[in-house]
Write a protein that binds this ligand. Structure first.
Ligand SMILES: [Zn+2]
Length: 396
């Protein structure tokens, strides 16, 4: 073991990792867990007992006999225990229930009007999630508890704006009128009797993508480029939030742009004002191209429209410039871009070219630049892992 392996080694065999090995089928017995973790059988047994007592693992019949006593098989309970997840966007929310391994049990997309305000929007979505968990109608489960109370182990919520991690409060979001300062965690805690964890949507995407696609990579950066623009950072295998929870928020980093468009934050030339989906819509309209929304912009680019394609390239360059600073500074193994703009080929090509042009050769030598696998469930998957991590780490 080198010194560099030390932080990851210290985490080996922690309860969350044991749970993940069972959930992914890598381990079915205590002996498997002992082999994978390098921990002694007695330490593994202790941790497994704790996970069983929390209802996060269960013993399922007997395993393959290898002579002598049949080992007891371990499994993640599928009978009822779920976590709820809400991935809130400006116009839609993806909600769902997921099992304790992070697999989607049920998922639904609901229309949302963010301008209706936090009480209405979150109240409705929470009712829908608890109803999914109980298999009943919205409302009934909130009032009566019943089956849902036992089945639902926690709720993870992603917000398309800055979230102060320690409190679960929203701070100065740019496209969420009426939400500034709203205490999402407290509002939800009054309505459901399970842990509620709140984070921003880019962190959720990062966690979901990392756990499903790059779990073995320690250092990764995920860009979420949709109507807005943000990023989530995985450092030493963990979501890196920084002191307040704002780590990775690149939306108001300044890029070279002439003219520099004014941003909703009051500054000019912010990445969000140049390269977000909302910025592309605005810029096209100013050029006299009638376009309704980001879908319209993407359609124009698909059709080879000259103005729209030039703007997409400019957006890709701007994202690449900021990312180059991030890559030089942080030296990740992978940079992956998700969100609706990730499917925009001209944007991706110029982002990639700018990254190679502006980064140190040592930083890009083995750097993977990828798309986040397109899935409407990536956000709720991240939300579920937030909760699963919390539930597991609350019982060391
Ligand atoms: Zn700004």
């Amino acid at each position: 073991m080198t010194i560099d392996d030390a932080p990851r080694e210290a985490l080996r065999g922690n309860p969350r990792e044991l749970l993940r090995w069972v959930a992914t089928g890598a381990a079915v017995s205590r002996a498997d867990l002992s082999r994978l973790s390098g921990l002694s059988p007695s330490t593994v047994s202790q941790r497994v007992e704790a996970l069983i007592n929390q209802g996060l693992l269960e013993e399922a019949g007997a395993g393959q006999s290898r002579g002598g006593r049949r080992p007891r098989q371990l499994a993640v309970p599928t009978g009822g225990a779920v976590v709820g997840a809400i991935d809130l966007g400006a116009h839609h929310a993806r909600i769902g229930t997921l099992d304790l391994s992070g697999r989607v049990v049920q998922g639904r997309t609901l229309p949302v009007r963010i301008e209706d305000g936090p009480e209405t929007v979150l109240g409705t979505l929470l009712a829908e999630v608890t109803a999914l968990a109980s298999g009943g109608a919205p409302g009934a489960s909130l009032a009566s508890g019943g089956a849902a109370a036992g089945a639902l182990r926690g709720v993870g919520i992603g917000i398309p704006g800055p979230v102060q991690h320690s409190t679960g409060r929203i701070v100065s979001p740019s496209r969420m009128p009426g939400w500034n300062g709203f205490d999402v965690a407290a509002f939800c805690a009054d309505r459901v009797d399970v842990p509620v964890i709140v984070d921003n949507d880019a962190n959720l995407m990062a966690l979901g993508a990392h756990r499903t696609a790059h779990a073995e990579m320690d250092h990764a950066v995920y860009i979420k480029a949709g109507t807005g623009i943000g990023s989530g950072v995985i450092s030493s295998g963990q979501l890196h939030r920084g002191a307040q929870g704002s780590a990775g928020d690149i939306s108001h980093c300044r890029v070279v742009a002439d003219p520099a468009p004014l941003c909703s934050c009051g500054n000019a030339g912010c990445l969000e004002a140049v390269a977000s989906g909302a910025a592309l819509v605005t810029a096209l309209r100013e050029q006299g191209v009638p376009v309704d929304d980001l879908t319209g912009v993407l359609r124009l680019i698909d059709d080879g429209d000259r103005h729209a394609t030039a703007l997409a390239r400019q957006a890709g360059r701007a994202i690449g410039e900021i990312l180059a600073v991030v890559v030089n500074f942080f030296n990740p193994q992978v940079v992956a871009i998700g969100g609706r703009l990730a499917d925009c080929e001209p944007l991706l090509a110029s982002m990639r070219a700018t990254l190679y042009e502006r980064c140190l050769p040592l930083a890009t030598q083995t750097l993977l630049i990828e798309r986040v696998a397109t899935s409407q469930d990536i956000g709720i998957t991240g939300a579920a892992h937030l909760v699963i991590d919390h539930v597991v780490s609350a019982h060391p």
